[in-house]
Write a protein that binds this ligand. Structure first.
Ligand SMILES: [Zn+2]
Length: 445
């Protein structure tokens, strides 16, 4: 997200909203003297010690000590970062959030709540098309063939986008449809077109439950198999994942989160009782994805299909993972057998075998060093030096801590020499090599 939110806007926002209204919409408050009270949402208690002051625009819990203003409340209650909490609050107040300093923020902002309302309505429209369209029945048949039952089709709000898209413009505002990415404009002749035609539709929801975009899948083997909404003011592929809202609705504090490749995988797994899977939105995993997921669970299991593309994606994910590896966080890697994805393997092997695979996924350090050592001979100096050269850039990206130290120790054990990570940079390593070579040269001259 570019640009900072101007301070004046935050002040104005805090003036416009009342903390009592905002908290009351999350935790029902009761009036008690000058203040409002409730049972504390941040700790378990029988009698209310959570108090909200309208006058001070502040909350305080006498039980656990939680306190803060309305932005702090939203951050803690919905586990948002500061910017997200401000965005939520702005939505509550019906104000657009300015992003760039200096630009008059009142005028330029896309109508976020209008867009959100539009996308919610479009999602409902697609659901309706499953029933009213003759072709919608094909989509229903397709979902049945893929083994998705109606309860889960409803939970994930699956729909159908008809081949003829013009009805959308009769029902909804065309400018908003364009802004939301439901329609596109052809570069050559400026003609408007429907982005999703004759596809099963997967609404993508933000973790707060708002529809922010769509994925659409063809009903046959034509290409592209999946199509996603483009980036819009609401939809940021590098920051959102598919299925997180549904996951958190089931369990706000999952023991682990499984990251899979396909939307259909997420739904099929949920249907089998593995309700803790999400999928990236047709892009490579980013640091933002990983950090987002770590807000809700301390363990992330990255599950990849057994084909070559899956294995490459697993390795590529290391770029995103290493900068996020703090001491209290655990990442594991789970590679499925060739020819399988989660949807297929859980049907073949059953849920217990699948869960066992998840539980026995490879810890990151084992996966990482095994991948790097694969074609190296660690019985030779050359092999060890190759390993060090390849591993070090990843390890350097880790935040300082015990885990980082131990990864360096492991590298040292594998490469069979002592690695003092602060001293031994790649440059120093090369220098050392040169020195020893010249000494050898002297000895022979
Ligand atoms: Zn409390």
């Amino acid at each position: 997200m570019s640009g900072r939110i101007p301070k004046e806007f935050i002040s104005e926002l805090l003036m416009r909203v009342d903390i009592v209204d905002v908290i009351n919409s999350h935790v029902p408050l009761k009036k008690s003297g000058a203040n409002y009270v409730a049972r504390c949402p941040f700790h378990l208690e029988k009698t209310p010690s959570f108090s909200v002051s309208r006058k001070k625009q502040f909350f305080h819990c006498f039980g656990c000590g939680a306190s803060g203003n309305v932005i702090g409340f939203l951050m803690d209650f919905n586990r948002l970062d500061f910017v997200e909490a401000v965005e939520d609050l702005a939505l509550f107040a019906g104000l657009p959030v300015p992003k760039e300093e200096g630009q008059g923020y009142r005028a330029n902002l896309p109508k976020l709540n209008e867009l959100q309302a539009l996308l919610a309505s479009v999602a409902e429209y697609y659901i309706e098309q499953l029933r009213v369209q003759q072709a919608g029945k094909q989509a229903v048949a397709y979902l049945k063939k893929r083994g998705i039952n109606s309860q889960y089709a409803t939970e994930y709000k699956l729909g159908y986008a008809p081949f003829e898209w013009q009805e959308l413009t009769e029902k909804f505002n065309q400018d908003l449809l364009l802004m939301a990415g439901v329609l596109g404009v052809n570069d050559d002749d400026n003609r408007v077109y429907g982005r999703f035609r004759h596809r099963v539709m997967f609404p993508i929801r933000s973790k707060r439950g708002n529809v922010i975009g769509f994925g659409g899948r063809v009903l046959d083997d034509s290409m592209p198999k999946y199509l996603n909404s483009p980036e819009t003011v609401l939809f940021h592929k590098s920051q959102e994942v598919y299925g997180l809202y549904e996951l958190l609705a089931r369990n706000a504090k999952p023991l682990r989160i499984l990251v899979v490749e396909g939307y259909m995988d997420v739904i099929a797994l949920a249907q089998f009782g593995v309700g803790y899977a999400v999928a990236a939105l047709g892009t490579a995993l980013t640091e933002q994805h990983i950090n987002l997921l770590f807000r809700f669970s301390a363990e992330i299991v990255l599950c990849f299909d057994g084909d070559k593309a899956g294995r490459m994606a697993a390795w590529k994910a290391m770029d995103a993972v290493f900068p996020c590896l703090k001491d209290d966080r655990q990442v594991k890697v789970m590679l499925l057998p060739l020819e399988h994805d989660p949807d297929s393997i859980i049907r073949v092997e059953g849920v217990n075998a699948f869960v066992l695979r998840v539980e026995q996924a490879t810890v990151l350090s084992d996966y990482f060093f095994a991948q790097l050592s694969e074609h190296l001979d660690l019985a030779t100096v050359e092999g060890c030096s190759q390993l060090t050269l390849k591993a070090e850039p990843y390890l350097q990206k880790m935040p300082d801590g015990l885990l980082k130290d131990m990864m360096f120790q492991r590298l040292g054990q594998l490469a069979n020499f002592k690695v003092a990570r602060k001293k031994l940079t790649v440059k120093n390593l090369n220098k050392k090599k040169r020195i020893s070579c010249s000494r050898i040269g002297q000895a022979f001259s």
